[in-house]
Ligand binder design. Structure first.
Ligand code: WT7
Length: 659
């Protein structure tokens, strides 16, 4: 395991950052959150969460806030019953907001659709009736493999309405990645589209489903949305068009209530081994924390704000901060299908201007990309409606934070740097705008009701100024309820490192500054963070060694100015492979494409270096630290624990000649 102190010099600079931006008086006076929230939560945590749960409509009230007797398996709002989709849709119609726009959707080619809450209720009801007509029953799993189109949200909510746990698979994942996820959850239905628009062209999507589903015995039907009109292969009896099946349904559907702990979704994320983990989330606690955090962290005013989270629903940010939290809060939001530079690099700012977006939530990698494109691009648009800016996915460097504040937020809008994970389900550490003076690069404090600490190897809290591991020391309502089908892995991954203290181990390094604010320093395990996406080194290594020319591979995440980390792979070729040819540009390209095919384009290594050996300890463990030194063009560090200390010379000299 990497020591937090190895996190790289760049991150140490964070701690010399001393600027701080207090909220304006006007903002503070109107803010949803006040410092009283901290006091209330400290006085009685469970009473605090019970109060937050009152944001939702419960068909049956709970009898106990938290049952932690079977730790680390939590039960929140025990005995409570609710329908998640009813909470996100129907109740807003019933309270007289049926005409409020829920979603301003914009497709990449420029097509637009405004969907009111009343329309959302009809669409979700039709989709729910369709799923029932296909024979799905409470508890059955549904895989959703769709681009950012309204049907993706209708599908998720229809599943929630029927108690069918969904497993959304990011549309950028390969057929093979989709297949393993469908298989692991034994999904009965896959919802997909013919294709999707990407950088101005229509690219196939259903083709990957056809390939995946040919080897997934659990799948009975594939429901296909027509998005691009491109040709698709068709399997009679299995494949169904959305417009045939869903449009024929009644637009009325009565929601039933489910237990607070009924599974809501499974979402796969990378761990330290090659096999992705199916993170399981349930209903009542998850929705409570998603709604509470969305309301307070983004200061949402449902009657006047226009909110926009740029994530894809294939990631947890899309689940919690496009679908569940915002809709539970009766948001009006923008959902955009495409990339930020199609057809021009001002696309996001054009959208902000068109809809009057007031809250904007994105990732540091996107902010750094905007920086690269230049200040003159956002300067051409009216961004004066923006009043809260958010960041998520990886540590944000102070330079990007300041650029965001000045060029997007007009030196006015508070920035919330929100730390959380797929596993935590909702935001855990973030400044509250209007309450906390923001510091560029720091997520600062656990939210009211959340317990987080920085501890050393022994689990003891480090003093102000000290660094170590981030742990969560109290159960929280949106916490994962396990890893689908693998109780042991759940215990080992998160709860064994600090078992004596009963802390959840987040896998991140962190430091306290002199004020006791938390600064996140990146992962301490073999998980890379590329553009805010978690990818495991082992997963990429297995993809590489599955190629016929590769004997062995080691993968590291190297610091990258735009994507946070870039994937750098070191490969040893098999004996008998014509070395010169296999080192050539063509061969390297073939390897990169092979990884994209096995996992998805997001996992394509930035760089692949062919080496004669890999640095290993006497026990055979690859020393990634040394490879990171090479990948980041640094003097190679201490080699004394290598089984053969000359290996690094061999690697370095080989690289010089092959370059
Ligand atoms: C990992 C979780 C949470 C949704 C997106 C990613 C890193 C996330 C921050 C932040 C520093 C952050 C951590 C974490 N991370 N947000 N604000 N500051 N690091 O979800 O794919 O589950 O990844 O992302 O390393 O463990 P995820």
């Amino acid at each position: 395991m990497t020591q937090p102190s190895d996190q790289g010099a760049a991150l140490d600079n964070l701690l010399t950052e001393s600027r701080s931006f207090p909220p304006s008086e006007e903002f503070a006076a109107e803010a949803n959150a006040t410092s009283a929230l901290y006091d209330e939560a400290t006085a009685d945590r469970e009473a605090f969460w019970a109060k937050q749960a009152e944001r939702l409509h419960w068909d049956t009230k709970w009898t106990q806030v938290l049952d932690w007797s079977d730790a680390p398996f939590a039960k929140w709002f025990v005995g409570g019953r609710l329908n998640v989709a009813y909470n996100c849709v129907d109740r807003h119609v019933e309270s007289g907001h049926g005409d409020q726009v829920a979603i301003h959707w914009e497709g990449e080619p420029g097509d637009q659709r405004a969907i009111t809450y009343a329309e959302l209720q009809r669409e979700v009801s039709k989709a729910a009736n369709a799923l029932v007509s296909l024979g799905l029953r409470t508890g059955d799993r549904v895989a959703i493999y769709l681009p950012m189109i309204p049907e993706a949200i209708f599908s998720m909510l229809a599943c929630a309405r029927l108690g069918l746990p969904h497993s959304v698979v990011f549309g950028g994942f390969s057929a093979e990645a989709l297949r393993t996820r469908i298989d692991d959850a034994e999904a009965k239905l896959v919802i997909t589209s013919d294709g999707q628009f990407r950088r101005g062209s229509a690219v196939p999507l259903k083709a990957a489903v056809d390939e995946a589903v040919s080897r997934t015995p659990s799948v009975g039907n594939v429901l296909v949305v027509r998005r691009t009109g491109i040709d698709v292969e068709w399997t009679e009896g299995r494949d169904l068009w959305w417009h045939d099946v869903v449009d024929a349904q009644s637009d009325v559907h009565a929601p039933e209530s489910f237990d607070a702990e009924h599974p809501l979704f499974i979402l796969y994320t990378s761990g330290t081994t090659g096999k992705p983990k199916g993170i399981l989330h349930t209903s009542g606690g998850y929705l409570t924390q998603a709604a509470y955090t969305h309301f307070n962290v983004f200061d949402l005013k449902p009657d006047t704000d226009v909110y926009w989270c740029t994530a894809d629903i294939g990631w947890v940010t899309g689940h919690s901060y496009i679908v569940y939290g915002p809709l539970a809060n009766r948001v009006t939001q923008v959902v955009y299908e495409g990339t930020p530079n199609t057809p021009h690099e001002g696309r996001h700012w054009e959208i902000v201007q068109r809809y009057g977006v007031s809250i904007y939530y994105t990732a540091p990698t996107t902010i750094r990309t905007f920086m690269k494109w230049g200040n003159d691009i956002p300067a051409k648009f009216d961004l004066s409606t923006l009043r809260v800016l958010g960041s998520v996915g990886e540590p944000i460097n102070p330079e990007a934070w300041i650029w965001y504040r000045e060029n997007i937020g007009g030196n006015r809008a508070p920035i919330v740097d929100t730390w959380w994970q797929t596993e935590t389900g909702a935001i855990m550490i973030s400044p509250l705008p209007g309450v906390i003076a923001a510091k560029p690069g720091s997520a600062q404090r656990p939210l009211p009701g959340i317990g987080a600490k920085v501890v050393d190897d022994t689990g003891a809290e480090v003093p102000a100024g000290g660094g170590g591991y981030l742990v969560l020391d109290e159960p929280w309502p949106a916490m994962l309820r396990g890893i689908w089908g693998d109780e042991q892995r759940y215990r080992e991954t998160y709860w064994s490192r600090f078992a004596a203290q009963g802390f959840y181990f987040a896998g991140d390094g962190a430091k306290y500054d002199a004020d006791g604010d938390i600064w996140l320093l990146g992962r301490v395990d073999d998980v890379m963070n590329v553009s805010g996406h978690r990818i495991s080194t082992t997963e990429v290594e297995s993809a590489l060694v599955s190629h016929p020319t590769v004997a062995e591979a080691a993968v590291v995440g190297a610091t990258d100015p735009t994507t946070g980390q870039g994937i750098v792979a070191f490969v040893i070729l098999r004996g008998g492979v014509a070395q010169d040819q296999a080192k050539g540009a063509e061969a390297i390209k073939a390897l990169r494409d092979h990884v994209a095919k096995e996992i998805g384009p997001i996992a394509k290594p930035r760089q692949i270096m062919v080496v004669p050996e890999l640095p290993k300890t006497r026990s055979g463990k690859i020393m990634r630290r040394l490879l990171r030194d090479v990948a980041e063009n640094r003097q190679v560090g201490d080699v004394t624990t290598l089984a053969d200390s000359s290996v690094m010379d061999l690697i370095s000299s080989g690289l010089n000649t092959s370059a």
